[in-house]
Design a protein around this ligand. Structure first.
Ligand SMILES: Nc1nc2c(ncn2[C@@H]2O[C@H](COP(=O)(O)OP(=O)(O)OP(=O)(O)O)[C@@H](O)[C@H]2O)c(=O)[nH]1
Length: 181
């Protein structure tokens, strides 16, 4: 039996937008209400997509801001990016925009598989970022846009499923309509 394909995904964005919560919800199926800032954490999950086995490595990074240098370790060896902001925090949207520009600068690439995620969709009463703005930004990046709630497990697995499909497509192994088993 062939060894599982390893795919490394980095979750990046401003602090407290829900990077750890998205990882934990996807990998462990749980949500923690309290906030504990991450230094760096790695989650692993085995998946089977259309008869191919994958080992997904999620790198949950420490929160960045608009002044931080892009951490160079995440420009190498990473197959795709989940760029996260919170819909109730305009600053987090500005940070994710700056992060993407830094990623383009540091990798020298004009395309890399990525998903733009507006998390905390359950907090729509405090919304500061219109969904349309997220959609437009993702379109500019040729990325997928999703609004999620790590708290209520809304569209969380879709983030990773879509990104894996995009990574395969970028690799030239396109598998249409694949779903996670
Ligand atoms: N209402 C709501 N709260 C959320 C959601 N996702 C995360 N939170 C809360 O937001 C806070 C920060 O979540 P984390 O997952 O630690 O955020 P992070 O981006 O990993 O933070 P850093 O480690 O600082 O980078 C915690 O109190 C979570 O419970 C969500 O979808 N909805």
């Amino acid at each position: 039996m062939p060894a599982p394909k390893q795919r490394k995904i980095a979750l990046m964005g401003y602090r407290s937008v829900g990077k750890s919560s998205l990882s934990m919800q996807f990998v462990e199926g749980k949500f923690i209400e309290s906030y504990d800032p991450t230094i760096e954490n790695t989650f692993k999950k085995s998946l089977r997509i259309n008869s191919t086995d994958y080992e997904l490595i999620l790198v949950d990074t420490t929160g960045q801001d608009e002044f931080s240098m892009f951490p160079s370790q995440y420009s190498l060896d990473v197959h795709g990016y989940v760029l996260v902001y919170s819909i109730e925090n305009l600053k987090s949207f500005e940070v994710v925009t700056a992060l993407y520009d830094k990623l383009v600068d540091i990798t020298g690439k004009t395309y890399f598989p990525s998903v733009l995620v507006g998390n905390k969709s359950d907090m729509h009463k405090c919304r500061e970022v219109p969904a349309e703005d997220g959609r437009k930004l993702a379109e500019k990046w040729k990325a997928t846009f999703l609004e999620t709630s790590a708290k209520h497990n809304v569209s969380v697995s879709q983030v990773f499923q879509t990104l894996l499909n995009d990574i395969e497509r970028a690799d030239g192994n396109e598998k249409p309509n694949c779903s996670i088993n």
